[in-house]
Design a protein around this ligand. Sequence first.
Ligand code: CDP
Ligand code: MG
Length: 167
Amino acid sequence: MKQAVLVIIKPDGVLKGQVGTIFMKFAQIDLEMIALKIVRPTREKIEEHYRHLKGHKFYEDLISYFMGKYHNVHKLPAIIFYGEKAIQKCRKIAGKTNPEEANPGTIRGACGRITTKGIFENVVHVSSDKSEAKREIKLWFEPEEIPIPLYRSKVKKIDAYKKKVWA
Ligand code: CDP
Ligand code: MG
C-alpha cells in the first residue's frame, strides 16, 4: 500500500545550505515526489502542527525554532513523498530525533546539533505515522497543490471569494 509523508526542511537546514544535500538523500530512496512548495511557518500553523507536544518543556523553544526566530529563516521547503513504506523510509534517512543519537549517515546525524539551550536542531521534520501525515499534509497543502487524489476532497462554493491573480 502506497502512503504519503510530509517532509519540511527546518530553518537550520535552510540556513546551513543543506537543502540540496537533503533532496539528494531523499532521492536515493524509491519514492515519488508528488508535491513541493515553500511554506511560511506562522505561529498559528506551527502550534497546530505540533499540537500534541503542547505542555512539553521544549514546546515554546520548538515553536520559536520552527518559526525561524533563531536562524532568521521564514520560508521553508515542504515536500510530499509518496510510495511503499514512505514514512518508514523517510524517517530512516532523517535519523533519530536527538541529533546526537542519530547515525552520522542520516540527515540529522550529519547536520543536526543540540544547542547550548538544549534544543534539538535536527534539520528536517518527517511525519511519524499515517494519520499524522494526513493531518499535517492537510494543514500545509491545499488539495489543488497535490496532483493526485491523495485524500477525500470536495468542491466548495464560496460567495464573494477573492483570489490574488497576476496584475
Ligand atoms: O521530529 P520527530 O518526530 O523525530 O520528534 P518529535 O518527538 O515529534 O518532536 C518534534 C520536534 O521537537 C523534534 O524534531 C525536535 O526538533 C523537538 N524536540 C526537542 O527539541 N527536544 C526534545 N526532547 C524532543 C523534541
Ligand atoms: Mg514527530
